[in-house]
Design a binder for this molecule. Structure first.
Ligand code: GTP
Ligand code: SPV
Ligand code: MN
Length: 592
């Protein structure tokens, strides 16, 4: 497997701590995957779905106490509390290692220790990084085989280097009181205990590719961001790339796989998906910012996904996919979730495995839902009909525009452009969104979520803002243009005013035209906002007045917003860059 001394020494230490009955080296082969699926079905971890309709697809149900990320049990363990900053839970590393080792000690007894060597990014790419995860969950192994690149080649690329991320996962007893998701950025180490859910346990994803990698990027001069990456092809065949940061369950997967409205498709417009959740970005030799998607699959939100809202995501789930916490249709042994279609299934089991009564279903009451609101599919990226040719190339794609966004019923207009990079960093740092089911806790509460990284930044967020400003200085006039979007403005009855989904293409076209210097806009107190005429409404059942409404900046609402940003900024103390303070002052001045 490997002769890497640092790997072997760590595995030896882990074996002694965890005392597994057996050890399996995961090699990414089809034969081994088949065997692991068989074991998972035998253990009751996976249910095999109808292989004629959904070949290679399985259903998994987590413990009902374990259905989302747990932000209050997620820690950044740096040598000082200050390094982790005011937005992270912190614990002294030695104290936390001891606590976690005490919890994990002997926890693999009677179980198998799986060793997973994986690459985040195409294997061998200069932008990629290597991790090794050990786990006692065959479900985790099968998910990692989809979400990352697992292969013995990873060992070859690693050689005898110590530049790899250690990841220990143990399900232990899935005890929520002893659940911890801990990061040791100075040791390149992640430890996750007592969970079996998504972002808590697929350690390549949020733990490595965002929390550890953001710290690495800070030290090494690159960026790890909670961003989708898409390529927008115009009728001339040119492709412009956009990276967009929205908080969890705010539309990244949907935007990344967008299908343009018919009139634009007919003209030759098309969207290619590079990534749907995470971007790693570095300055290339030509001075532009290049991005790769470090992942190899999609861990997407199931509810709301259907052939109209996200055809490409649904197609991606038709083979070799693992569904988590969706409903099981027993009649044909397939899956269902709210928003898949209007046929509420008869004779179905809900996400907990209990018989589900469609007659009792009430959309407004989540407890009557068949699928959990944060139920997910794990689908291979190569299944996606619109996956970009660049996806497997290690060089990355040059980013023309960076887009921030979130769920704001009022306040943020449909789209606006920042005045420059510094102003764009200000907009990102002040971002807010209504919370979703992707994390445990209240849903629908407005919270500040800078760059959609609040739960994922592995160090002091004030220093993270500083890092963004530094990157902008290095990029100079080659820097991507920065925008903000909001698909979620509502009327007084709570109905969305913008159709969203494929129609978001109309906004992306304005964004790219702005990057090319082709579209007009009006300068306002917050930045450049399109005139209603600048957004193409062809074939859309929407009048200019409604559009005008969602492009309007209400000065009272924004004065309130500025006051809230002021409060938000207080947290960062003297780590808040003076440039951002000045940006806030300018906003207040502009608002009069
Ligand atoms: P994570 O995987 O948690 O990071 O989420 P995500 O940002 O990829 O969000 P996703 O695309 O899965 O969308 C989450 C929810 O938002 C789904 O229920 C979608 O149907 C809904 N959604 C996505 N795009 C739009 C849009 O343009 N308008 C409206 N109204 N809803 C949208
Ligand atoms: C998110 O919450 O942003 C996700 C899902 O993408 S998880 O992998 O659980 O973090
Ligand atoms: Mn995400």
């Amino acid at each position: 497997m490997t002769n890497n001394k640092t790997v072997l020494a760590w595995l030896e230490e882990m074996k002694t701590l965890l005392t597994p009955d057996e050890i399996v080296w995961v090699d990414g082969s089809d034969e081994q995957r088949e065997e692991l699926r068989r074991v998972a079905v035998e253990q009751g971890e996976l249910h095999k779905l109808n292989q004629d309709i959904l070949p290679g697809c399985y259903l998994h149900r987590t413990n009902p106490n374990d259905v989302a990320r747990v932000e209050d049990r997620t820690f950044i363990c740096t040598s000082t509390r200050e390094m982790a900053g005011p937005t992270n839970n912190w614990c002294d590393p030695q104290e936390m290692y001891k606590k976690l080792y005490d919890i994990a000690r002997g926890s693999y007894k009677g179980r198998t220790m799986y060793i997973i060597p994986y690459s985040m990014g195409p294997i061998g790419s200069p932008l990629a990084k290597i991790g090794v995860e050990i786990t006692d969950s065959v479900y985790v192994v099968l998910n990692m085989l989809i979400m990352t690149r697992v292969s013995p080649e990873v060992w070859t690329v690693l050689g005898d280097s110590n530049d790899w991320v250690r990841g220990l996962h143990s399900r232990c007893d899935v005890d929520p009181e002893k659940r911890y998701i801990c990061h040791f950025p100075e040791d390149n180490t992640i430890i996750s205990v007592n969970s079996g859910y998504g972002g808590n346990v697929l350690l390549g994803k949020k733990c490595f590719a965002l929390r550890i990698a953001s710290f690495q990027g800070w030290k090494e001069g690159w960026m790890a961001e909670h961003m989708l990456i898409l390529g927008l092809q115009n009728p001339k065949g040119e492709v412009h790339y956009i990276a967009a940061a929205f908080p969890s369950a705010c539309g990244k997967t949907n935007l990344a796989m967008l299908i343009p409205p018919a009139y634009l498709r007919e003209k030759g417009y098309k969207v290619w998906t590079v990534g749907d959740d995470i971007a790693w970005m570095r300055i290339g030799e030509d001075g532009r910012l290049y991005a790769i998607n470090p992942e190899n699959g999609f861990f997407g939100v199931a509810p709301g996904t259907n052939e109209h809202s996200n055809f490409n995501a649904l197609e991606s789930t038709k083979k070799d996919t693992i569904f988590t916490n969706v409903a099981l249709c027993q009649n044909d042994n397939t899956v269902w979730w709210e928003g898949l279609n209007k046929n509420l299934p008869e004779n179905a089991l809900d996400w907990k495995g209990n018989p589900w009564d469609p007659a009792k279903f009430n959309k407004a009451d989540k407890s009557t839902c068949a699928a959990h609101p944060n139920s997910r599919f794990t689908a291979p990226a190569e299944n996606c009909p619109c996956i970009s040719d660049e996806f497997n190339k290690g060089a990355g794609v040059p980013i023309s525009a960076i887009v921030f966004g979130g769920r704001r019923a009022k306040c943020a207009p449909l789209v606006y452009q920042s005045r420059d990079w510094e102003n764009g960093v200000f907009i990102g740092s002040a971002m807010a969104s209504e919370t979703t089911a992707a994390a445990a806790g209240a849903v629908g509460v407005v919270r500040r979520d800078p760059m959609a990284m609040l739960p994922f930044c592995g160090y002091h967020m004030g220093d993270y803002f500083r890092h963004w400003l530094e990157m902008g200085k290095k990029l100079g006039d080659k820097a991507p243009k920065i925008f903000n979007v909001n698909w979620f403005r509502t009327d007084d009855e709570g109905n969305f005013l913008w159709p969203g989904f494929g129609d978001n293409m109309r906004v992306l076209n304005w964004i790219i035209d702005r990057c090319e210097g082709k579209a007009t806009a009006t300068e306002t107190a917050i930045g450049y906002v399109p005139q209603p005429e600048d957004i193409d409404l062809t074939d859309l059942d929407m009048d200019l007045e409604t559009l005008k409404g969602i492009l309007t900046i209400d000065k009272d609402v924004w004065a309130q917003e500025a006051a809230e940003i002021e409060e938000h900024y207080k947290k960062f103390g003297d780590h808040l860059p003076a440039e951002l303070r000045a940006q806030l002052d300018t906003l207040k001045k502009n608002l009069g």
